[in-house]
Ligand binder design. Structure first.
Ligand code: MRU
Length: 355
C-alpha cells in the first residue's frame, strides 16, 4: 500500500450505514455533531422513514440504505416461511423508492436489487444480501478512485469551497467531493478548505465540519451568503460539490445553493468541479429541467434546532435541491473517469465503460 493510501485509510473511519444479522444500524445524522446516536431498522418501512426523515442522507448513502431495506424485508419473509419473490417485495420496492425523489441513486440501487431478485434461483435472500454488500463496497471503492482522479486537477497550494455534506456520512465512506478534498489535502495540494453552512438543514455546518475536524483537515465555515465575497477575495480556486442526479447533458442536481455557487464561480474565474459515482448519472434524464426537485416542509426554514426563528403566521418555500446547468461546470469526476465540456458525448462514452 502506498504511503498516501495508508494515510487516507487512517482518515477513513466513519461508517454511517452498517448492516449485520437482520439489523440496519444508521448513525442518526439529525443529532450530529453533538450526539453520536444510532437508530436500528428491522424492516423496509423503518428504512424508508429513516431516509425521508434524514437520519441517513446523501445520494449514495440513501441508495445503500434502501438496498439493505430490501434485504431486511426479504429476511422477514424468509423467517415467516414465505417465498422471497418480486411479487412479495413489490410494495417494498415502491415504498423505498418513494422516500425521496431527487437522488437517482435510490432508484438505481433498487433497480439492481430487483434485477438480482429476478435472476436469483435457490437462495434469493443470499443473493440480495450479496448485492447490497456489493453496492456498498463498490461505492467505497468508487470514492477512493474519484479522490485520486479529482485531486489530479489541482495545482499546489490551492483553496477550495464545498457545499452540503458529501463525505463518509453521505456515502459508504470517504466521500465524493469531500473525498477529493481529503485526497487533495493528503497529497499536499489543498491548503485551504471552506465549507458553506448549507441552510436550512446545516449539512455543511453540522456534518462536513464534523468530518473535517475529526480528520484534522483545517477548514473554515462560512455563511452560505459569504460565498461570492470569498470567491472575489481570490483565496479559493475550485468549488467542489457532489451531485444527486446528473442528466445526460451534464446538468447537475445538487443541494440547494449549488447553482448560485456555480454562477458566482464563473463570475470570479473559480473552477467548478462535480464529483459523483456513476450511480448518480441518469442517462435516461436528458436535461436538468426533467429532474424532480424535492420540496420539504417549510417548517425546516422557520426554526433552527427546534427553536422558532420566524414570526408566527409566516410561510416559507423550501426546495432542497437545485439544478446547475452544464455550461457552468468545468469538470465532472466519476470513478469511470473525468470529463470536461461538452459533457453529453463524454457521459455517453463513459456509459459504455464497464463499472
Ligand atoms: O438532502 P441531502 O443532505 O440528502 O442532500 C445531499 C446532497 O445534496 C449531496 O451534495 C449529494 O447527495 C451528494 S452526497 C455524496
Amino acid at each position: 500500500m502506498s504511503e498516501l493510501a495508508a494515510h487516507l485509510d487512517r482518515h477513513d473511519t466513519i461508517r454511517a450505514v452498517n448492516y449485520a444479522d437482520g439489523v440496519l444500524r444508521l448513525l442518526d445524522q439529525r443529532e450530529l455533531p453533538f450526539t453520536e446516536a444510532h437508530i436500528e431498522c428491522r424492516n423496509a418501512i423503518e428504512v424508508a422513514k429513516a431516509i425521508k426523515d434524514l437520519v441517513v442522507r446523501g445520494a449514495p448513502a440513501i441508495g445503500i440504505a434502501a438496498a439493505w431495506g430490501v434485504v431486511l424485508q426479504a429476511g422477514l419473509l424468509e423467517g415467516a416461511g414465505e417465498p422471497v419473490s418480486i411479487a412479495a417485495l413489490d410494495s417494498t420496492f415502491g415504498t423505498l423508492n418513494a422516500a425521496r425523489p431527487t437522488a437517482v441513486n435510490l432508484a438505481w440501487a433498487l433497480a439492481r436489487m430487483r434485477a438480482t431478485l429476478a435472476a436469483a434461483k435457490d437462495d434469493p435472500l443470499g443473493a440480495l444480501t450479496a448485492e447490497a454488500r456489493a453496492i456498498q463496497d463498490e461505492d467505497l471503492a468508487a470514492n477512493r478512485k474519484m479522490g485520486e482522479i479529482g485531486a489530479s486537477f489541482f495545482a499546489d497550494g490551492i483553496g477550495v469551497l464545498t457545499h452540503c455534506n458529501t463525505g463518509s456520512l453521505a456515502t459508504a465512506g470517504f466521500g465524493t467531493a469531500l473525498g477529493v478534498i481529503r485526497a487533495g489535502y493528503a497529497g499536499g495540494k489543498i491548503a485551504r478548505v471552506y465549507a458553506g453552512e448549507t441552510r436550512p438543514w446545516l449539512q455543511g455546518a453540522r456534518l462536513t465540519m464534523w468530518e473535517l475536524v475529526r480528520d484534522r483537515i483545517p477548514a473554515k465555515l462560512i455563511a452560505d451568503s459569504a460565498a461570492s465575497h470569498l470567491m472575489k477575495s481570490g483565496v479559493v480556486q475550485w468549488v467542489i460539490v457532489g451531485a444527486d442526479r446528473i442528466a445526460a447533458n451534464g446538468d447537475t442536481a445538487n443541494k440547494i445553493g449549488t447553482y448560485q455557487l456555480a454562477i458566482s464561480a464563473k463570475r470570479h474565474g473559480v473552477k467548478f468541479m462535480v464529483v459523483a459515482p456513476w450511480s448518480t448519472v441518469d442517462m435516461a434524464t436528458k436535461h436538468g429541467d426533467d429532474i424532480e426537485i424535492e420540496l420539504r416542509d417549510p417548517a425546516e426554514l422557520l426554526s433552527i434546532s427546534g427553536k422558532r426563528t420566524v414570526v408566527d403566521g409566516a410561510d416559507a418555500w423550501n426546495p432542497v435541491f437545485d439544478v446547475t446547468p452544464a455550461e457552468l461546470i468545468d469538470v465532472i469526476v466519476t470513478e469511470r473517469g473525468a470529463i470536461q465540456k461538452p459533457f453529453g458525448p463524454g457521459l455517453a462514452k463513459l456509459a459504455g465503460v464497464q463499472g
